[in-house]
Each structure stands twice: as C-alpha cells, then as structure tokens.
Design a protein around this ligand. Sequence first.
Ligand code: ZN
Length: 276
Amino acid sequence: MQIIGDMLYHDDGTPYPYKKSPNKGGELTPEYLVLHYTASPNFNQALTWLTSRQAKASAHLLIGRDGNITQMVPFNEVAWHAGKSQWRNVTGLNNYSIGIELDNAGPLQRAGDTWVAWFGTRYPADEVVEAVHKHQKTSQGWHLYTAEQMSAVLEVSTLLVQHYGLNDVLGHDDIAPGRKTDPGPAFPMDSFKARVFGRIQEETEYFYETTANINVRSGPGSEYPILEGSPLPIGTPLEYLQEKGNWIQVDVLDEVNGVMDLEGWVYSRYVKQIPA
Ligand SMILES: [Zn+2]
C-alpha cells in the first residue's frame, strides 16, 4: 500500500474504498496514531454511523475483521475520533492524530457459555479474552481482533508512521483514561508498537564505501565469479542490502548518477560504514 495526496492506495495504483465522512474539519498536524474499536455489530453499521452527520464522529480509516480498509477522511484533515483528550502536554488530540477504527464488539459480559455485547449480540468463548483493563479493577470479556485485521492495521500503521513521521501509536484509552477503554486489553499494544517501529528501523538505509580496490562478486564468497565493473576504486559508495558471514551484498552507487546497474557481494574487510 502507499499514500498519494493524503489518500490510501494499493501498490498497483488503485485507490482503497473511500466513503466520505462529513464529520471533519480543519488541517491536521500529524504527530500520533490513535487506535479505537467500534463497539459496533459489524463493519457496515460502523461505516454508516461514522459517515452520518448525526454521529458527530469519524476516523480516517475503518478496518474490518476480514482486513478490508475503507478511508473516511483524508489524512491531512482533522477527523473527530478522540474527543476530550490529552497526551503529555497536548490536549485535543483530534488536531494532532490520525485515527483508525477497528471493527470489534468491545467489552462483553458473560452469558452462560457465551459473551454478550451491549447491543445484544452473543459471541462464542473462542472469540473472547477475559482480562482486566489497565484502568479498571475487575475483569470482563473483550472481543478478540482477527489475524487478518491485525495484519492490515500493522501494515497501514507502519506506512502512516513512516509517511507522516508520527511520534507514537496510542490507544483511545491512553488519551482519554477513565472515559474510554478502546482498543482495550484484546489489542496487543506493546508488541504492536514494537513491530511498527522495529519495521521502520529495519527499512533505514545504511551506506558503506570501499577502502581498497575490490572486486564485486555474484555471491558471498571468493569462489563466485567477479562481476563486470570490478574492481571498484577506493572510496566507491555502496548501499547495504544484507550480509552473510564476511560478505556484504551491496548496490554500487554512482556518485553522479545515483545507483549504477551493479549489485553484488563484497568482502566486508575492505568496506567501512559511512553516514547516510
Ligand atoms: Zn475510541
């Protein structure tokens, strides 16, 4: 997926579904990502509600239990998802955050072998985790998020954090404690954040340069053929791709023209890391 003009697109350039919400206003200063559950019976009902004037609420994205994503507000406009809220010295997080709603029934009460939501739908025990919310004292049921949904929210969150340089991922319950409990204990916030920011770090580019006239080979070892363009002169800049043993796979960079059409393996003893 990719972002073009503050809207979400697939890699092939087709846009994600967009259902415009009237509940928005003003220019957004993106600093945070805020996650929510809908506490609603299903995706379509949540979408209808968040795009109806009477709701006086919205979010930038809604993610279904099948992993489908619909955009409701462009990422450069303020959506109404946070309400009265505070994080550190920032109040009114609507102006500073991108909001994602996850289709999820929210808190559930035990009803025999099953669990029941506030809107009356019953859920089997295997879709529920019993837990104490970090701001509460007693345990209750919490509707689990699906694997497809977690994979979608991880992918889009990583993209949003990277694209807009967001500082942190927060729950609605972090910025409105006592008033809100979403996304709740069923959402693995700590590991989710670690994965979002870990992925971004992995994608950071590292650069090297050669410290001797060295050959570029087709594989990680001196038994592999020397590639055309070798030897590289001292001081040739390289972009790091991966390493195996004492060998590093690199893209050879041409200082004038950017990337040369040469990718291969160099012996790590004859390169040094340089600032990007
Ligand atoms: Zn919320």
